[in-house]
Design a protein. Sequence first.
Length: 289
Amino acid sequence: MDLFSGLENLGIEGLDNLDIYGDDATKYEDGTAENLKTVKVKTPEELEAEYIFDKTYTCPVCDKSFKSKTVKSNKAKLISTDLDLRPVHQNIDIVKYDMIACPCCGYAVLNRYFAPLTSVQIRKIKDAISRNYKIKDEKKRKIYSYDEAIERGKLALLSSVIKVSKDSEKAYVCLKTAWLYRGKAEHLPETEVEEIKRCQREEEAFLAKAYDGMVSARQKELFPICGMDEMTFDYLLAALAHRLGHLDVSARLVGEIMAKPSANRRIKEKTGILKEVLKKDIQAQKQKE
Ligand SMILES: [Zn+2]
């Protein structure tokens, strides 16, 4: 259909194939389309990419330098924290960038524990991981997917076991990996029922391991543990115990935190919220019995 039919009566002809919108928006004489282009809606990936940069590390195992994607400090806006202190930020899940993994030898570590290793640890990592590790082609992507981040979490857990880290380090890697599964499940379309369930099962398994390691670290290590003071750490234990169904343990820890002089107001507030949730769950459990 010719939109311009009839104009030939006005002496205007030859418009049969004129495309009224065109595909090249920049041809506007006044530059308006050019301006519109710059405000076009960004994809979630483009938004996330604005928060990260490539940081160069030298691997403590193989000595090669490599790049790891890192979150720019203080740029991401914190929206909320889950009961177990998982941070939720606007436009980015920063937990995806918490692991540093060497693409050459397979050594990986939670960024807060990135440090030189002893010669014994290096030999152990080389024997157990590097010897069979297939060098990864770094994908030219601007962000890490959840699956990549989870893979890095598992590599970091393996490395921490092989180099015989403190229980707190292993537990913290488990906690972060559990958070990655939670993040992945939250970002899947609701229709992916089976995959969401699988992620939730994985999350629970990693949370259980995190809890075991933290209980053990609480008995053997000195504070700060995982960078947390005693009150924050006990709160985290209470939250994990609650999540894993150890309601009595959780209630005891909550009682102990509430009885302490209030040095950490944020944690006191969190404990108050956990206390309410616990109360309901304990009632529900009693009704079931
Ligand atoms: Zn390496």
